[in-house]
Design a binder for this molecule. Sequence first.
Ligand SMILES: [Fe+2]
Length: 380
Amino acid sequence: MNHPSKGVLRTPHAYPASALPPGVQPLARPTPLLKAQSLAFLMFEKPDLTACETFLTDFGLHTVERNAQLLLMRGSGPQPCIYMARRGRRARYLGAAFTVAGEAELALLEERAGARRLTPGEIPGGGAGVELTDPAGKLLWLVSGQREPAPLPLRPPLNSDSNCYGQLRRVNRTVRPPLEPAAVARLGHVVVQTVDFATMADWYMRHLGLIPTDVQYLADGSPNLTFFRLDLGDTPADHHCFVLAGGIEEKYEHSAYEVVDLDALGQGQNVLRANGHRHLWGIGRHVLGSQLFDYWCDPDGMEFEHYTDGDVFTASHETHYVPLELSGIWAWGHDVPASMGVKKDLGTVFKIVRLLRQGSLSLARLKLLGRAMGTPRPWL
Ligand SMILES: [Fe+2]
């Protein structure tokens, strides 16, 4: 009789910065120019604003403004905008906007970092702001004083009403979450891939005051992926608002939007499926950040994540170091789709050859990256 082969169950190790294993290099943290307060909105260029608006409405966002050249969308929270798209020839990610405390921070960035002053009309919700360009050519806006609209109504979370074994909280009542788009409360994080991880990590920590929450390292001990959170002192901040992953191109990976609870995630999936959108991955639970997730593709194939139940940390929480493996990104759920890893096609070969020729990637590093991405499942 044949028995199914048994997998090896294992949980990735995480080492606090104060107890690093030999050979693991700590991520150097520069003195920041300022501490950003929140991730405000993301900026895209899109050829078809109507198609984007349709997808994002089904995804749970609300239109603030749309004309021939501009699309602004908000969540249900008090932020005036969490998604901005300008009409253009290509579908591409332009950059991110964070909020800062006020004019002093903006003036400092003009003086010390050569930032360009934005006009209030350029900023959704008005206020003041400056524009920087990161080492990979993407925009970073720092804004302050946007007008906050009243929040939109959200249904209360169902978590406190859950029946668990030994904890009956719902008696003579049922669970009937409404079948509607997963109302997005707010923008949570953006993930980008970069060729020069060390330079980009230093630049973003310097200009936003970010704290590395979890640093993932290659087999030679070098940091190659970091989940960064805001430094809000004793106020809890999301495990990550910005993630940098070392790789073979400068690329938007995905952005993530918080919904009220697991039922919103599931009912939102029904709505997106019913309206013919392309599902990518989920529902599952991440390891680093712990979020329950569900990934979707917008009309141009760009990735958007719904999430709920993520970790939060205050500034005092110690940075942790974790070996980088593809399998380390989820605790349970379906296998990560091949499209989220490195594409095995001619385009990838050309990119790698170009990087090797330019000297921006070594063969040794390429092998390490390949090894890290070659562990496809949490239980193998
Ligand atoms: Fe994410």
